[in-house]
Design a protein around this ligand. Sequence first.
Ligand code: URP
Ligand code: ZN
Ligand code: ZN
Length: 465
Amino acid sequence: MGFDTIIRNGIVVTATDTYPADVAIENGQIVALGANLPAQNASAVIEASGKFVLPGGIDVHTHLDMPFGGTTSADDFETGTRAAAFGGTTTLIDFAIQYKGQPLRQAFDTWMSKAANRAVCDYAFHCIVTDVSGGQLAEMNDLVREGVTSFKLFMAYPGVFMLDDGSIFKALQTTSKNGGLVCMHAENGSAIDVIVQQALAQGNKAPKYHALTRPTTAEAEATARAIALAEMADAPLYIVHLSCNDALEEVREARDRGLPVYAETCPQYLYLSIDKFDAPGFEGAKYVFTPPLREKWHQEKLWNGLARDHLQVVSTDHCPFCFKEQKELGRDDFTKIPNGGPGVEHRMSLIFSGGVAGGRFSVNRFVKLISTTPAKLFGLYPRKGTIAVGSDADLVIFDPERKHVISAKTHHMRVDYSMFEGIEVTGMPDVVLSRGRVVVEHDKFLGRPGQGEFLRRSTYTQVSA
Ligand code: URP
Ligand code: ZN
Ligand code: ZN
């Protein structure tokens, strides 16, 4: 018997186990796991001794080729998925945006055509719903049947993306019945808008005012309100890009009460703080994203939340805009700086480095946060998110010792700066496979645009610690 590929002598890591095993791959799937699998007839043998073999990362929060703030995010589905692959992430869930008055189908079709023939690894979509006044609630059921089983709603950005509480409640009642999952951008947009207008009236227009006009209380209030609306609708809830301890406390309390409430945070909230706005001139624009950076003490609270299962997922909210020409749009007014930062490439190394190498949690917890729980919550498990016979051979040969200094000079994202410039990480992917094909080998990209497939997802599965 011959396999397509055997990964030999590695340490297989899943959300629950760590053990030495060879991994055999055929037709893009894992077909055997065990000691001393017969390598002599395999078409390719990858040596993994001294390395971890991890399930490919799943980043459930990216914005590729997304129009926003008068420009478009700098990575498209080719460059964004390629950069993701360099970092060990082999599945992305991006956001298809329904603009007011449009059917959801239009959003889905538009984003499908953005990704087709470009993506180098597999992808799926959440649908951003900004208007439920037409037939959109019924359309949510249609999308769930077609594998778009989660929806992002905004409590911020009034006049652009924000939904009122009644509309949010109706959408939650809909997912309560159709098995979908609402992903909530939880910030009190109406209050923030008042604070923003007051800042502008006082002439406070520098980048730091983006952060100073979005207090943690606005995030915590919206998080609590979202949880209450979901509880009334008897629906599960997923809070996106949670940035601060105040909001974390709301999630922890809801979970203590047994509610199906989940939350993600992102590497920027774990590594960076509001002090970044002390940089001279317009430099702070590099860190203008929403929710904003917080005071440093929140970071350890978030790490602790990841370790204790108060937070279940780390995503990136990758939404890159070049400093020159894009962030520049807001040089005279922080409200015109396109919101978002680049991060898809470094999520796994940053979380391994701070979490596992930093002694905060186990390598199994790491796998759970960056792959297994995302797969379960978003209907991709067990095809994705684990290493098991029958799962896709999305695999990362990961060197837990290799050190790397993050820099825009060496990264693969199509953006002219790095939020994490100069940070040294411990732990880097050596070889990355997407459905059995090597897409990255050390510094070489071996993938091909268009080889990524759209993933029709199942509905949400409840996840416990
Ligand atoms: O600033 C951000 N986060 N930009 C992307 C849009 C969003 O709210 O996730
Ligand atoms: Zn958001
Ligand atoms: Zn986002």
